[in-house]
Design a protein around this ligand. Sequence first.
Ligand SMILES: N[C@@H](CCC[C@H](N)C(=O)O)C(=O)O
Length: 272
Amino acid sequence: MGGIAFLKGHGTQNDFVLLPDPDGRLDLTEARVAALCDRQRGLGADGVLRVVRSKALGVSSEGEWFMDYRNADGSIAEMCGNGVRVFARYLVDEGLVTGDFIVGTRAGDRPVQVHPDRSVTVQMGPATIIGASVTMVAGRPFSGVAVNVGNPHLVSVVDDDVDTLDLRDQPDFDQDFFPDGVNLEFINPLGGDVLKMRVHERGVGETRACGTGTVAAVAAHLHNAGTDTGAATVEIPGGVVQVTISKGASTLTGPAEIVARGELDEKWWANA
Ligand SMILES: N[C@@H](CCC[C@H](N)C(=O)O)C(=O)O
């Protein structure tokens, strides 16, 4: 019997291990996810995307394929905007879907379009403003706009260049407001509908991009400007994406790359 198939991919350098598991047979424990994502003792990634048939999980979705997303620490999250683009790219490259299609996620169904240049547009659902809160980075308070994009975000406008922030440690946040944790985005509006952003992700740490975070950032930026409709380009350390926000809907467009494929060692997997 061969090892367990995997692929490695990224979307604006938010990187993932993909595990094709159409019939839902893998025992994907928290410890195995954390071991896979570990950059010293595993393959290294910000998260894992298990590619499984919705039916195999008994999930109600119009999409044949369900993105079972896990953070690098093994925790489960509702949605991953960069992950869903990489997931879609995999399905198209493997001929598992044709035309436009739907990916099932814990945040609901997400319609997806893979363009001829292999960039991907995802209908990300509503980006809902849910209030205001504060985060502390190295003892410095930043107030922000709380946004739900299926998963929780707090977006803070920073007066200095976001590059000056030290995001190595987990910033403090209001655990009563965000009982399940929160993704923290820090933005500089650059003018002309362009935002620069850095992010500290729940369950991961600082990453070079966060797709749901970019959608939250644009929704918060528009909210700060007194509107709930618009579009912006977001520059993150790992690249550039485009976001549109309209009433009850949003889209995310950006690149998706598959980098490698291989097999996990069965003994390693058994002991992980
Ligand atoms: N990198 C992702 C978000 C992944 C989930 C997040 N860390 C959470 O726990 O909500 C993205 O591209 O959206």
